[in-house]
Design a protein around this ligand. Structure first.
Ligand code: NAD
Ligand code: WQD
Length: 338
């Protein structure tokens, strides 16, 4: 299939491009480069043994209807994997309008242009954050959605609702909502990975920067949660496994699935302290840390039952925590290389 990949130069998008081509698909990439660089595409092409410039790229904002229109006039696509969006939780609290406008406004524009070109197939990057503070773990897809603690989370929750209503109104649409848990790791080649700008918000890039000596110590946000060691528990998933879930979701779209929702995690929860200890053991480096206050908006635990994706998509995560910490560290050490 020929796949429109919005946000394709980003962290998850770039890894998914690799898996798309390896599975025999092709892609057209749209990104406004607000949180990524076009160099990533060259690296993806190198990794795949493609010629430079072989993956068509459009530096276009998904809010730009004419820009999307011009791109779809030149390329006939079978489906869209829609990654483009802003994702910094703290920034979304400061700039809610920007987040609602970019994430929701952009998605509405994208849907309009896709529909006009007769492409009614989409895989959307949703998030575990739509569950809010759930009563019990593990999370299953039919747990009710909850109250989000920030505008970023609400954009995901609201876009899910928009897509559900669009599909309900027109059964020609096939839409898969993938609720990612905590993506970490990087491609084992060391050529692509996550490139956070400024101080990282997320645990893994913070750990790798501390291990590399770029930051003094990790602050563990709270050690008094009702979890086995008191620190927060999350369902970390290797980005290469996550990328493969999109290929599986395209299969569902091709089978005309209507609207489906899947949890994309490993089904195992690990605490912050377990992450730090595993990172130190596997990579043979120290990660100095101190215990600090809880971070506002954090939940004690968040992990899923991913069995629906296994049953219906034939997808399950294969990589474990050791692969995640090894590949994250490898990327940290090689990301400055040309
Ligand atoms: P990322 O920032 O690396 O990638 C997103 C890409 O979208 C970037 O390249 C950015 O330049 C682009 N973009 C943003 N707004 C755009 C616009 N208006 N027009 C065109 N391009 C635009 O983030 P990621 O981690 O790869 O996340 C991909 C998707 O997955 C996002 O929608 C994110 O919300 C979602 N998600 C991420 C996580 C996570 O922890 N990384 C968890 C759950 C869901
Ligand atoms: C993981 C654990 C922290 C940093 C966020 C978004 C969510 C989704 C994924 C996009 C928690 C602890 C962290 C640090 C710490 N993104 N931590 N010190 O909060 O589960 O999810 O990213 O959809 O929407 O909210 O991920 O990596 O920030 O935190 O102790 O410096 O690490 O308290 O327990 P989170 P995270």
């Amino acid at each position: 299939m020929n796949i429109l990949v919005t946000g394709g130069t980003g962290f998850i998008g770039s890894h998914t491009l690799v898996e798309l081509y390896q599975a025999g698909h092709r892609a057209v990439v749209v990104d406004n480069l607000c949180n990524s660089s076009q160099q990533v595409l060259g690296r993806v092409e190198r990794l795949l043994g493609l010629a430079e410039g072989e993956i068509p790229f459009y530096e276009v904002d998904i809010c730009d209807e004419q820009g999307l229109e011009r791109m779809l006039e030149r390329h006939s696509v079978d489906a869209c994997i829609h990654f483009a969006g802003l994702k910094a939780v703290g920034e979304s609290v400061e700039k809610p309008w920007l987040y609602y406008s970019n994430n929701i406004g952009g998605t509405l524009t994208l849907l309009k242009v896709m529909e006009r070109h007769g492409c009614k197939n989409m895989v959307f990057s949703s998030s575990a954050t739509v569950y809010g503070e759930a009563a019990a773990m593990p999370l299953v897809e039919d747990c009710p959605k909850g109250q989000c603690t920030n505008p970023y989370g609400w954009t995901k929750s609201m876009i899910e609702q928009v897509l559900t209503d669009v599909q309900r109104a027109d059964a020609e649409w096939n839409i898969v909502l993938l609720r990612y848990f905590n993506p970490v790791g990087a491609h084992p080649s060391g050529l692509i990975g996550e490139n956070p700008r400024g101080v990282p918000n997320n645990l893994m890039p913070y750990i790798t920067q501390v291990a590399a000596g770029q930051r003094r110590e990790l602050c563990i946000f709270g050690s008094d949660y009702p979890t086995p060691d008191g620190t927060g528990v999350r369902d970390y998933i290797h980005v290469c496994d996550l990328a493969l879930s999109h290929i599986a979701a395209l299969g569902a779209v091709a089978r005309r699935c209507g609207l489906e929702v899947y949890n994309i995690g490993t089904g195992k929860g690990y605490s912050v302290l377990e992450m730090v200890q595993t990172f130190e053991r596997v990579n043979g480096v120290k990660v100095p840390y101190r215990i600090g206050e809880r971070r506002a908006g954090d939940v004690a635990e968040c992990w899923c039952d991913p069995s629906k994706a296994r049953r219906e998509l034939g997808w399950q995560a294969k990589l474990g925590l050791e692969d995640m910490v090894r590949d994250s560290w490898h990327w940290q050490q090689s990301c400055g290389m040309p």
